[in-house]
Design a protein around this ligand. Structure first.
Ligand SMILES: Cc1cc2nc3c(=O)[nH]c(=O)nc-3n(C[C@H](O)[C@H](O)[C@H](O)COP(=O)(O)OP(=O)(O)OC[C@H]3O[C@@H](n4cnc5c(N)ncnc54)[C@H](O)[C@@H]3O)c2cc1C
Length: 450
Protein backbone atom coordinates (compact mmCIF):
# COMPACT_ATOMS: atom_id res chain seq x y z
CA UNK A 1 0.00 0.00 0.00
CA UNK A 2 1.54 3.29 -1.07
CA UNK A 3 0.29 6.74 -0.04
CA UNK A 4 0.20 9.68 -2.44
CA UNK A 5 1.31 11.95 0.37
CA UNK A 6 2.82 11.35 3.81
CA UNK A 7 2.77 14.24 6.27
CA UNK A 8 4.86 14.33 9.45
CA UNK A 9 3.31 16.59 12.12
CA UNK A 10 -0.36 17.30 12.80
CA UNK A 11 -0.13 21.01 13.65
CA UNK A 12 -1.72 23.82 11.57
CA UNK A 13 0.57 23.07 8.60
CA UNK A 14 0.12 19.30 8.75
CA UNK A 15 -3.62 19.10 9.41
CA UNK A 16 -4.40 21.83 6.84
CA UNK A 17 -2.37 20.01 4.18
CA UNK A 18 -3.98 16.67 5.10
CA UNK A 19 -7.47 18.16 4.91
CA UNK A 20 -6.90 19.87 1.54
CA UNK A 21 -5.09 16.90 -0.03
CA UNK A 22 -7.65 14.42 1.31
CA UNK A 23 -10.52 16.57 0.03
CA UNK A 24 -8.90 16.57 -3.42
CA UNK A 25 -8.86 12.77 -3.44
CA UNK A 26 -5.24 12.05 -2.53
CA UNK A 27 -4.45 9.02 -0.37
CA UNK A 28 -2.92 10.74 2.68
CA UNK A 29 -1.11 9.49 5.81
CA UNK A 30 -0.71 11.99 8.65
CA UNK A 31 1.74 11.14 11.46
CA UNK A 32 1.36 12.84 14.84
CA UNK A 33 3.28 11.80 17.95
CA UNK A 34 1.39 13.94 20.47
CA UNK A 35 -1.97 15.55 19.84
CA UNK A 36 -3.55 16.67 16.58
CA UNK A 37 -3.59 20.45 16.41
CA UNK A 38 0.12 20.72 17.25
CA UNK A 39 1.56 23.50 19.34
CA UNK A 40 -1.02 26.01 18.10
CA UNK A 41 -4.11 24.24 19.41
CA UNK A 42 -2.64 22.41 22.38
CA UNK A 43 -0.06 24.74 23.88
CA UNK A 44 0.15 27.90 21.78
CA UNK A 45 -2.30 30.20 20.01
CA UNK A 46 -5.61 28.87 21.33
CA UNK A 47 -4.76 28.19 24.99
CA UNK A 48 -2.99 31.55 25.38
CA UNK A 49 -5.87 33.44 23.78
CA UNK A 50 -8.36 31.61 25.98
CA UNK A 51 -6.47 32.62 29.13
CA UNK A 52 -6.03 36.16 27.84
CA UNK A 53 -9.75 36.44 27.23
CA UNK A 54 -10.42 35.56 30.89
CA UNK A 55 -7.94 38.27 31.88
CA UNK A 56 -9.68 40.72 29.52
CA UNK A 57 -13.06 40.00 31.10
CA UNK A 58 -11.50 40.51 34.54
CA UNK A 59 -9.92 43.83 33.37
CA UNK A 60 -13.31 44.94 32.04
CA UNK A 61 -15.05 44.13 35.32
CA UNK A 62 -12.38 45.92 37.34
CA UNK A 63 -12.83 48.99 35.11
CA UNK A 64 -16.64 48.75 34.88
CA UNK A 65 -17.31 51.88 36.94
CA UNK A 66 -15.79 54.00 34.12
CA UNK A 67 -18.80 52.92 32.04
CA UNK A 68 -21.37 53.58 34.74
CA UNK A 69 -21.57 49.96 35.81
CA UNK A 70 -21.18 48.88 39.41
CA UNK A 71 -19.23 45.63 39.85
CA UNK A 72 -17.44 45.58 43.15
CA UNK A 73 -15.23 42.82 44.52
CA UNK A 74 -14.33 41.27 41.16
CA UNK A 75 -12.50 38.01 41.68
CA UNK A 76 -11.11 35.13 39.62
CA UNK A 77 -10.57 31.42 40.02
CA UNK A 78 -7.36 30.34 38.28
CA UNK A 79 -8.09 26.57 38.30
CA UNK A 80 -11.43 27.36 36.60
CA UNK A 81 -9.70 29.60 34.04
CA UNK A 82 -7.28 26.75 33.26
CA UNK A 83 -10.12 24.18 33.16
CA UNK A 84 -12.03 26.34 30.65
CA UNK A 85 -8.87 26.62 28.54
CA UNK A 86 -8.52 22.81 28.55
CA UNK A 87 -12.19 22.47 27.53
CA UNK A 88 -11.72 24.87 24.59
CA UNK A 89 -8.60 22.99 23.43
CA UNK A 90 -10.38 19.62 23.69
CA UNK A 91 -13.31 20.87 21.62
CA UNK A 92 -11.10 22.26 18.85
CA UNK A 93 -8.84 19.18 18.72
CA UNK A 94 -11.95 17.02 18.36
CA UNK A 95 -12.97 19.24 15.42
CA UNK A 96 -9.62 18.58 13.69
CA UNK A 97 -9.99 14.82 14.25
CA UNK A 98 -13.40 14.96 12.62
CA UNK A 99 -12.04 16.89 9.62
CA UNK A 100 -9.38 14.21 9.11
CA UNK A 101 -12.00 11.46 9.13
CA UNK A 102 -14.32 13.39 6.81
CA UNK A 103 -11.50 13.84 4.30
CA UNK A 104 -10.36 10.19 4.40
CA UNK A 105 -7.00 11.01 5.95
CA UNK A 106 -5.25 8.06 7.63
CA UNK A 107 -4.08 9.47 10.97
CA UNK A 108 -1.22 7.50 12.49
CA UNK A 109 -0.51 8.19 16.15
CA UNK A 110 3.17 7.80 16.87
CA UNK A 111 6.61 9.16 16.17
CA UNK A 112 7.51 9.06 12.48
CA UNK A 113 11.05 8.25 11.44
CA UNK A 114 12.16 8.78 7.85
CA UNK A 115 14.00 5.62 6.69
CA UNK A 116 15.07 6.82 3.26
CA UNK A 117 14.22 7.69 -0.33
CA UNK A 118 14.63 5.06 -3.02
CA UNK A 119 15.84 5.60 -6.59
CA UNK A 120 12.27 6.11 -7.88
CA UNK A 121 11.67 8.74 -5.21
CA UNK A 122 9.53 6.61 -2.89
CA UNK A 123 9.82 7.80 0.70
CA UNK A 124 9.79 5.17 3.45
CA UNK A 125 8.68 6.11 6.95
CA UNK A 126 8.79 3.97 10.06
CA UNK A 127 6.34 4.42 12.91
CA UNK A 128 6.20 1.89 15.75
CA UNK A 129 6.51 -1.57 14.22
CA UNK A 130 5.14 -0.51 10.82
CA UNK A 131 6.66 1.04 7.71
CA UNK A 132 4.81 3.20 5.23
CA UNK A 133 5.67 4.19 1.64
CA UNK A 134 4.64 7.41 -0.06
CA UNK A 135 5.22 9.17 -3.37
CA UNK A 136 5.64 12.52 -1.65
CA UNK A 137 6.52 13.78 1.81
CA UNK A 138 5.48 17.01 3.52
CA UNK A 139 7.50 17.83 6.65
CA UNK A 140 5.53 19.81 9.24
CA UNK A 141 7.41 19.05 12.45
CA UNK A 142 7.06 22.61 13.79
CA UNK A 143 9.27 24.26 16.36
CA UNK A 144 10.43 23.99 19.97
CA UNK A 145 11.32 26.42 22.76
CA UNK A 146 14.92 27.62 22.73
CA UNK A 147 16.63 26.92 26.06
CA UNK A 148 19.72 29.15 26.18
CA UNK A 149 22.80 28.04 28.15
CA UNK A 150 22.28 30.46 31.06
CA UNK A 151 24.33 29.45 34.13
CA UNK A 152 22.08 27.98 36.84
CA UNK A 153 19.05 27.60 34.56
CA UNK A 154 19.12 23.80 34.37
CA UNK A 155 19.16 23.57 38.17
CA UNK A 156 16.13 25.89 38.46
CA UNK A 157 12.48 24.90 38.17
CA UNK A 158 11.65 27.46 35.52
CA UNK A 159 8.55 27.70 33.32
CA UNK A 160 8.36 27.70 29.57
CA UNK A 161 5.04 28.61 27.93
CA UNK A 162 3.98 24.96 28.37
CA UNK A 163 4.17 25.00 32.19
CA UNK A 164 2.80 28.55 32.45
CA UNK A 165 -0.34 27.38 30.62
CA UNK A 166 -1.00 24.73 33.27
CA UNK A 167 -0.42 26.66 36.48
CA UNK A 168 -3.23 26.48 39.01
CA UNK A 169 -1.52 28.86 41.42
CA UNK A 170 -0.91 32.52 40.76
CA UNK A 171 2.72 33.42 41.48
CA UNK A 172 3.07 36.52 43.65
CA UNK A 173 5.85 37.61 41.32
CA UNK A 174 7.09 36.49 37.92
CA UNK A 175 10.28 37.22 36.00
CA UNK A 176 9.77 36.91 32.25
CA UNK A 177 13.03 36.37 30.38
CA UNK A 178 12.41 37.63 26.83
CA UNK A 179 9.99 40.45 25.99
CA UNK A 180 8.86 39.06 22.62
CA UNK A 181 5.29 38.16 21.68
CA UNK A 182 4.95 35.07 23.88
CA UNK A 183 6.69 36.73 26.83
CA UNK A 184 4.50 39.85 26.63
CA UNK A 185 1.27 37.86 26.33
CA UNK A 186 2.05 35.92 29.51
CA UNK A 187 3.33 39.10 31.21
CA UNK A 188 0.00 40.76 30.39
CA UNK A 189 -2.02 37.78 31.68
CA UNK A 190 -0.22 37.58 35.03
CA UNK A 191 -0.20 41.38 35.40
CA UNK A 192 -3.98 41.49 34.94
CA UNK A 193 -4.47 38.83 37.61
CA UNK A 194 -2.26 40.72 40.06
CA UNK A 195 1.23 39.15 39.93
CA UNK A 196 4.19 41.51 40.16
CA UNK A 197 5.73 41.08 36.71
CA UNK A 198 9.31 41.82 35.65
CA UNK A 199 10.21 41.65 31.94
CA UNK A 200 13.88 41.31 30.99
CA UNK A 201 14.67 42.03 27.33
CA UNK A 202 18.16 41.97 25.84
CA UNK A 203 17.28 44.40 23.02
CA UNK A 204 16.47 48.08 23.50
CA UNK A 205 12.70 47.59 23.07
CA UNK A 206 10.12 44.89 23.71
CA UNK A 207 8.45 43.06 20.78
CA UNK A 208 11.32 43.00 18.27
CA UNK A 209 10.00 43.07 14.69
CA UNK A 210 6.91 45.08 15.60
CA UNK A 211 6.68 48.86 15.03
CA UNK A 212 9.06 50.34 17.62
CA UNK A 213 6.99 53.43 18.41
CA UNK A 214 3.86 51.40 19.15
CA UNK A 215 5.81 48.82 21.15
CA UNK A 216 7.19 51.63 23.32
CA UNK A 217 3.65 52.97 23.88
CA UNK A 218 2.42 49.51 24.89
CA UNK A 219 5.36 49.18 27.27
CA UNK A 220 4.56 52.58 28.81
CA UNK A 221 0.93 51.47 29.30
CA UNK A 222 2.01 48.29 31.11
CA UNK A 223 4.61 50.22 33.14
CA UNK A 224 1.68 52.37 34.38
CA UNK A 225 -0.01 49.15 35.49
CA UNK A 226 3.05 48.22 37.55
CA UNK A 227 5.00 46.00 35.15
CA UNK A 228 8.75 46.45 35.46
CA UNK A 229 10.92 46.43 32.34
CA UNK A 230 14.66 45.87 32.05
CA UNK A 231 15.53 46.79 28.46
CA UNK A 232 18.99 46.18 27.06
CA UNK A 233 19.63 43.80 29.98
CA UNK A 234 21.25 40.42 29.53
CA UNK A 235 20.46 37.57 31.91
CA UNK A 236 23.79 36.23 33.17
CA UNK A 237 22.57 33.74 35.78
CA UNK A 238 19.44 32.14 37.17
CA UNK A 239 19.52 30.85 40.70
CA UNK A 240 16.19 29.57 42.00
CA UNK A 241 14.06 32.65 42.56
CA UNK A 242 16.80 35.08 41.58
CA UNK A 243 17.70 36.25 38.08
CA UNK A 244 20.94 38.16 37.65
CA UNK A 245 20.98 40.72 34.85
CA UNK A 246 23.72 42.84 33.40
CA UNK A 247 23.78 46.12 31.47
CA UNK A 248 26.84 48.20 30.58
CA UNK A 249 29.02 46.19 32.93
CA UNK A 250 26.68 46.63 35.91
CA UNK A 251 25.01 43.59 37.45
CA UNK A 252 22.08 43.21 39.82
CA UNK A 253 19.59 40.54 40.86
CA UNK A 254 15.80 40.50 40.42
CA UNK A 255 13.77 38.38 42.85
CA UNK A 256 10.69 36.51 41.64
CA UNK A 257 8.65 33.53 42.77
CA UNK A 258 8.64 32.10 39.24
CA UNK A 259 10.81 32.46 36.15
CA UNK A 260 9.26 32.20 32.67
CA UNK A 261 11.67 31.58 29.82
CA UNK A 262 10.51 32.94 26.46
CA UNK A 263 13.53 33.81 24.36
CA UNK A 264 12.20 32.28 21.14
CA UNK A 265 11.56 29.06 19.26
CA UNK A 266 13.51 27.11 16.64
CA UNK A 267 12.48 24.63 13.94
CA UNK A 268 12.46 20.91 14.83
CA UNK A 269 14.85 19.33 12.32
CA UNK A 270 16.37 16.54 14.39
CA UNK A 271 15.26 13.15 15.70
CA UNK A 272 13.05 12.04 12.80
CA UNK A 273 15.57 10.92 10.19
CA UNK A 274 15.67 14.11 8.12
CA UNK A 275 19.42 13.59 7.68
CA UNK A 276 18.71 10.47 5.58
CA UNK A 277 17.22 12.74 2.90
CA UNK A 278 20.05 15.32 3.05
CA UNK A 279 17.74 18.20 2.10
CA UNK A 280 19.41 21.60 1.97
CA UNK A 281 19.13 23.54 5.27
CA UNK A 282 18.48 27.28 5.60
CA UNK A 283 19.06 29.26 8.79
CA UNK A 284 17.84 26.86 11.53
CA UNK A 285 15.26 25.20 9.29
CA UNK A 286 14.80 23.59 5.90
CA UNK A 287 15.30 25.50 2.64
CA UNK A 288 12.23 25.62 0.41
CA UNK A 289 11.31 27.30 -2.87
CA UNK A 290 8.16 29.41 -3.37
CA UNK A 291 6.06 26.21 -3.71
CA UNK A 292 7.47 24.83 -0.43
CA UNK A 293 9.60 22.19 -2.21
CA UNK A 294 12.87 21.33 -0.51
CA UNK A 295 15.99 20.57 -2.53
CA UNK A 296 14.31 17.20 -3.30
CA UNK A 297 11.32 17.80 -5.63
CA UNK A 298 8.95 15.31 -3.96
CA UNK A 299 9.82 16.44 -0.43
CA UNK A 300 8.01 19.55 0.77
CA UNK A 301 8.16 21.46 4.07
CA UNK A 302 5.66 23.89 5.60
CA UNK A 303 5.10 25.71 8.88
CA UNK A 304 7.61 26.57 11.61
CA UNK A 305 10.11 24.06 10.16
CA UNK A 306 10.84 26.58 7.37
CA UNK A 307 11.82 29.12 10.04
CA UNK A 308 10.25 32.05 8.14
CA UNK A 309 7.75 33.51 10.57
CA UNK A 310 6.86 30.85 13.20
CA UNK A 311 3.19 31.79 13.05
CA UNK A 312 0.18 29.54 12.63
CA UNK A 313 -1.36 31.50 9.74
CA UNK A 314 1.93 31.33 7.82
CA UNK A 315 1.97 27.57 8.46
CA UNK A 316 -1.55 27.23 7.04
CA UNK A 317 -0.76 29.29 3.92
CA UNK A 318 2.48 27.43 3.29
CA UNK A 319 0.66 24.09 3.63
CA UNK A 320 -2.03 25.23 1.17
CA UNK A 321 0.67 26.35 -1.27
CA UNK A 322 2.43 22.96 -1.03
CA UNK A 323 -0.78 21.00 -1.62
CA UNK A 324 -1.79 23.18 -4.59
CA UNK A 325 1.61 22.51 -6.12
CA UNK A 326 1.27 18.76 -5.54
CA UNK A 327 -2.15 18.89 -7.21
CA UNK A 328 -0.66 20.92 -10.08
CA UNK A 329 -2.98 23.81 -9.26
CA UNK A 330 -0.47 26.36 -7.98
CA UNK A 331 -0.74 29.50 -10.09
CA UNK A 332 1.60 31.42 -7.84
CA UNK A 333 3.95 30.63 -4.99
CA UNK A 334 3.83 31.55 -1.32
CA UNK A 335 3.73 35.30 -0.68
CA UNK A 336 5.24 36.70 2.50
CA UNK A 337 4.29 40.29 1.63
CA UNK A 338 1.43 40.53 4.09
CA UNK A 339 1.85 38.21 7.08
CA UNK A 340 0.21 39.91 10.06
CA UNK A 341 1.92 39.77 13.44
CA UNK A 342 -0.31 40.25 16.48
CA UNK A 343 0.29 40.57 20.20
CA UNK A 344 -2.90 39.80 22.13
CA UNK A 345 -2.14 42.01 25.09
CA UNK A 346 -4.83 44.41 26.31
CA UNK A 347 -4.69 46.66 24.32
CA UNK A 348 -3.67 44.59 21.35
CA UNK A 349 -0.89 45.57 19.00
CA UNK A 350 -0.75 44.36 15.41
CA UNK A 351 1.37 44.98 12.35
CA UNK A 352 1.58 43.82 8.75
CA UNK A 353 3.98 44.55 5.92
CA UNK A 354 6.94 46.88 6.18
CA UNK A 355 7.96 48.68 9.35
CA UNK A 356 9.60 52.11 9.41
CA UNK A 357 12.68 50.54 11.01
CA UNK A 358 12.99 48.05 8.15
CA UNK A 359 12.53 50.69 5.41
CA UNK A 360 15.04 53.00 7.06
CA UNK A 361 17.59 50.17 7.26
CA UNK A 362 17.01 49.49 3.54
CA UNK A 363 17.33 53.22 2.74
CA UNK A 364 13.87 53.30 1.13
CA UNK A 365 11.65 56.39 0.81
CA UNK A 366 8.19 56.15 2.34
CA UNK A 367 5.38 58.27 3.77
CA UNK A 368 3.55 57.76 7.06
CA UNK A 369 -0.15 58.42 7.75
CA UNK A 370 -0.61 58.33 11.49
CA UNK A 371 -3.64 59.16 13.59
CA UNK A 372 -4.84 58.51 17.13
CA UNK A 373 -7.45 55.76 17.48
CA UNK A 374 -9.62 58.42 19.12
CA UNK A 375 -10.47 59.59 15.56
CA UNK A 376 -12.87 56.64 15.53
CA UNK A 377 -16.11 57.40 17.34
CA UNK A 378 -16.66 53.74 18.16
CA UNK A 379 -13.20 53.50 19.70
CA UNK A 380 -13.93 56.48 21.95
CA UNK A 381 -17.31 55.01 22.93
CA UNK A 382 -15.75 51.71 23.93
CA UNK A 383 -12.38 52.76 25.35
CA UNK A 384 -12.85 55.17 28.23
CA UNK A 385 -9.47 56.87 28.79
CA UNK A 386 -7.92 54.39 26.37
CA UNK A 387 -5.71 55.53 23.54
CA UNK A 388 -4.04 54.00 20.58
CA UNK A 389 -2.50 54.71 17.21
CA UNK A 390 -3.13 53.75 13.62
CA UNK A 391 -0.08 54.06 11.40
CA UNK A 392 -0.09 53.34 7.68
CA UNK A 393 3.07 53.28 5.60
CA UNK A 394 2.89 54.21 1.93
CA UNK A 395 5.38 53.74 -0.88
CA UNK A 396 6.23 56.74 -3.08
CA UNK A 397 3.39 55.89 -5.50
CA UNK A 398 0.81 55.73 -2.68
CA UNK A 399 0.69 51.92 -2.42
CA UNK A 400 0.04 50.77 1.14
CA UNK A 401 3.07 48.73 2.18
CA UNK A 402 2.72 48.63 5.97
CA UNK A 403 0.11 49.00 8.69
CA UNK A 404 0.61 49.12 12.46
CA UNK A 405 -2.11 49.44 15.05
CA UNK A 406 -2.22 49.81 18.81
CA UNK A 407 -5.69 49.58 20.36
CA UNK A 408 -8.53 47.07 20.44
CA UNK A 409 -9.48 45.28 18.25
CA UNK A 410 -6.19 45.63 16.35
CA UNK A 411 -6.13 41.85 15.76
CA UNK A 412 -9.30 42.12 13.64
CA UNK A 413 -8.52 45.42 11.87
CA UNK A 414 -5.15 44.20 10.70
CA UNK A 415 -6.94 41.73 8.41
CA UNK A 416 -8.26 44.62 6.30
CA UNK A 417 -4.80 46.18 6.14
CA UNK A 418 -3.24 42.81 5.26
CA UNK A 419 -5.60 42.31 2.32
CA UNK A 420 -4.90 45.87 1.15
CA UNK A 421 -1.14 45.24 1.25
CA UNK A 422 -1.35 41.82 -0.41
CA UNK A 423 -3.49 43.30 -3.20
CA UNK A 424 -1.07 46.27 -3.59
CA UNK A 425 -3.93 48.67 -2.86
CA UNK A 426 -3.24 52.40 -3.15
CA UNK A 427 -4.28 54.78 -0.36
CA UNK A 428 -6.98 56.46 -2.49
CA UNK A 429 -8.44 53.05 -3.44
CA UNK A 430 -8.75 52.10 0.24
CA UNK A 431 -10.40 55.45 0.94
CA UNK A 432 -12.98 54.79 -1.79
CA UNK A 433 -14.39 51.70 -0.02
CA UNK A 434 -17.52 52.10 2.11
CA UNK A 435 -16.67 51.39 5.75
CA UNK A 436 -19.63 50.77 8.05
CA UNK A 437 -20.20 53.41 10.72
CA UNK A 438 -19.56 53.44 13.60
CA UNK A 439 -16.72 50.91 13.55
CA UNK A 440 -13.16 51.05 14.79
CA UNK A 441 -12.16 49.88 11.29
CA UNK A 442 -13.09 53.32 9.94
CA UNK A 443 -9.78 54.44 11.41
CA UNK A 444 -8.03 52.97 8.35
CA UNK A 445 -10.12 55.12 6.00
CA UNK A 446 -9.58 58.15 8.25
CA UNK A 447 -5.82 57.58 8.16
CA UNK A 448 -5.59 57.47 4.37
CA UNK A 449 -7.88 60.47 3.85
CA UNK A 450 -5.74 62.67 6.12
C1 LIG B 1 2.70 30.05 23.72
C2 LIG B 1 2.55 30.18 22.23
C3 LIG B 1 1.62 31.06 21.71
C4 LIG B 1 1.46 31.18 20.34
N1 LIG B 1 0.52 32.05 19.88
C5 LIG B 1 0.37 32.20 18.54
C6 LIG B 1 -0.64 33.05 18.02
O1 LIG B 1 -1.38 33.69 18.75
N2 LIG B 1 -0.75 33.15 16.67
C7 LIG B 1 0.07 32.47 15.83
O2 LIG B 1 -0.07 32.61 14.61
N3 LIG B 1 1.03 31.64 16.29
C8 LIG B 1 1.19 31.48 17.63
N4 LIG B 1 2.13 30.60 18.09
C9 LIG B 1 2.97 29.89 17.12
C10 LIG B 1 2.20 28.70 16.53
O3 LIG B 1 1.81 27.83 17.57
C11 LIG B 1 3.05 27.99 15.50
O4 LIG B 1 3.48 28.90 14.52
C12 LIG B 1 2.29 26.87 14.83
O5 LIG B 1 1.85 25.93 15.77
C13 LIG B 1 3.17 26.19 13.79
O6 LIG B 1 2.47 25.16 13.19
P1 LIG B 1 3.24 23.89 12.57
O7 LIG B 1 2.19 23.06 11.96
O8 LIG B 1 4.37 24.34 11.77
O9 LIG B 1 3.89 23.16 13.83
P2 LIG B 1 3.37 22.68 15.24
O10 LIG B 1 2.10 23.32 15.62
O11 LIG B 1 4.54 22.85 16.14
O12 LIG B 1 3.07 21.15 15.03
C14 LIG B 1 4.09 20.24 14.76
C15 LIG B 1 3.58 18.88 15.15
O13 LIG B 1 4.48 17.90 14.67
C16 LIG B 1 4.52 16.84 15.58
N5 LIG B 1 5.75 16.08 15.33
C17 LIG B 1 7.02 16.55 15.34
N6 LIG B 1 7.87 15.58 15.01
C18 LIG B 1 7.14 14.45 14.79
C19 LIG B 1 7.45 13.12 14.44
N7 LIG B 1 8.71 12.72 14.23
N8 LIG B 1 6.43 12.24 14.29
C20 LIG B 1 5.15 12.61 14.50
N9 LIG B 1 4.79 13.86 14.86
C21 LIG B 1 5.78 14.78 14.99
C22 LIG B 1 4.48 17.53 16.93
O14 LIG B 1 4.04 16.66 17.96
C23 LIG B 1 3.49 18.66 16.65
O15 LIG B 1 2.19 18.30 17.01
C24 LIG B 1 2.29 30.43 19.46
C25 LIG B 1 3.23 29.54 19.98
C26 LIG B 1 3.37 29.41 21.34
C27 LIG B 1 4.37 28.45 21.88
Amino acid sequence: MKYDLAIIGGGPAGYTAAERAGAAGLFVALFEKNALGGVCLNEGCIPTKTLLYSAKVYDAIKGASKYGIGAENASFDLPKIIARKNKVVKKLVAGIKLKMTENNVTTITGEALIKGRSADGTITIGCGEETYDADRLLICTGSETIIPPIPGLSETEYWTSREALQTKELPASLIVIGGGVIGMEFASFFNSLGSEVHVVEMLDEILPGMDKELSALLRAEYAKRGMKFYLGHKVTAVNGQEVTVEKDGESFAIQGEKVLLSVGRRPVTKGFGLDTLAVEPLRNGVKVNEFMQTSLPNVYAAGDITGFSLLAHTAVSEAETAVKHILDKAREGMSYRAIPGIVYTNPEIAGVGATEEQLQAEGKTYAVKKIPMAFSGRFVAENEMGNGICKLILAEDGTIIGAHLLGNPASELIIIAGIAIEQKTKADQLASFVFPHPTVGEILKEAVTL
